[in-house]
Design a protein around this ligand. Structure first.
Ligand code: SF4
Ligand code: SF4
Length: 383
């Protein structure tokens, strides 16, 4: 698999240190969303459905760097919205690298050609270009023709300038395994460092609610894809083999939402990148005051179909420390694509969904209004 050895060793060292210190919960990847504004409006996106005053908000450079320091995770994934719309993105990336972080910028790549001269290649930095399949699949997914060609041109440009480039691919229930396998062949041919694949999370605010995968369909889809590529060994995945094995239904994991904490313009998001159920002012408050036991598959209705990397990659990393032979087994034999699937977590005791989006939006709008209101108190004092 395509995670560089030095990166794997350094992240492994970090995990070991946390375990030796007896920490039960610790972050692996900081998901930093310094803005929600995007230059696309994809049908399956749950990130951009905010009123303009919120879409106009930016996490400034100092708050982004402070979030990295507070959290301490060795990997920082900068997403959004579209991070290339943030004017301080080059400084955020540089600040992260200077702190010894591995930085990934997730982008739809539409602005990459225009902005690439503001960034420098570095072994700790990679572009993760959003490509949800071949030309037809991707353009359909992002609801705009021509985006695949522009993203691939930007990918090749970034490669030619010496950047590390990966792709991230979200799959929905209309994905055809044969075409996805062919797509993975194609992106491998572009010389990418790796690919991450994930089933789309069923965002309650996404405009298209018809095409999200349930868990049974997800597992079969990934089996059908991996069997076309030597149990996945044919392609350079930029994620752990055990997580891919989980996607193919061969393992059962509880979610580890604190493994990928998320910082947005709202604050530290509870409980995870996918679900905004509340916000904490500080990272310590997020870790200590979130009722983690009330989230996850089998615990909360909104988690029922989730198999997304931000919840389960950290679970896979945890298992790789307790059962390293399993990592070796998957690396050598590939992902099993037939036979019985692992028993899944039952859903009969999950608590019902709590619909809190509008409340958080109203609170944020009130906060923005208050911050923007002219301060008249000194006038009254002077009068
Ligand atoms: S999925 Fe990504 S590119 Fe598409 S609208 Fe959402 S943030 Fe933008
Ligand atoms: S299962 Fe975990 S990662 Fe998925 S939505 Fe629920 S809390 Fe988030």
């Amino acid at each position: 698999m395509a995670i560089p050895v030095l990166q794997a060793v350094q992240i492994g060292g970090y995990v070991l240190r946390q375990k030796v210190q007896g920490k039960r919960r610790f972050p692996l990847v900081l998901m930093l969303e310094p803005l929600f504004r995007c230059n696309l409006a994809c049908a399956g996106c749950g990130k951009i459905d905010y009123p303009d005053p919120i879409l106009n908000q930016r996490l400034p450079l100092d708050e982004c760097l402070h979030a990295m320091d507070e959290c301490g995770a060795p990997v920082v994934v900068i997403a959004g919205g579209e991070p290339l719309l943030h004017k301080e993105l080059p400084q955020i990336v540089e600040g992260g690298i200077a702190r010894g972080k591995y930085i990934t910028v997730c982008t739809n790549a539409l602005l990459l050609e225009k902005q690439i001269s503001k960034f420098k290649p570095h072994r700790r930095f990679n572009w993760s270009i959003h490509l949800d399949g071949d030309q037809e699949m991707h353009d359909k997914s992002v609801c705009q023709k021509g985006v695949y060609d522009r993203a691939v041109a930007a990918l090749k440009l970034a490669k030619s300038k010496g950047f590390r480039v990966t792709i991230n691919c979200t799959l929905f229930n209309d994905a055809d395994p044969e075409r996805v396998a062919k797509f993975l062949d194609d992106v491998k041919g572009f010389g990418i460092e790796g690919a991450t694949v994930s089933p789309g999370y069923a965002y309650e605010r996404a405009p298209d609610q018809q095409h999200f995968l349930n868990r049974a369909k997800t597992k079969q889809l990934f089996r059908d894809i991996f069997k076309r590529g030597q149990g996945g060994k044919k392609w350079p995945f930029f994620q752990s083999g055990l997580f891919l094995d989980y996607l193919a239904g061969n393992r059962t994991y509880e979610c580890t939402p604190w493994g990928n904490p998320t910082r947005t313009v709202f604050g530290w998001q509870r409980p995870c990148y996918l679900l905004g159920e509340g916000y904490a002012k500080t990272f310590a408050e997020l870790m200590e005051e979130t009722n983690w036991d009330s989230y996850g598959v089998g615990k909360y209705e909104k988690c029922a179909d989730c198999m997304v990397h931000c919840g389960f990659e950290a679970s896979a990393v945890n298992e790789s420390f307790s059962k390293p032979w399993e990592v070796l087994k998957v690396a050598i034999a590939g992902i099993r694509t037939d036979g019985a699937m692992a028993k899944d977590i039952p859903l009969d005791r999950q608590r019902p969904a709590d619909y809190v989006f509008s409340r958080h939006v109203q609170n944020k709008l009130a906060e923005i209004k208050e911050a923007e209101a002219p301060n008249t108190s000194h006038l009254s004092a002077a009068e």
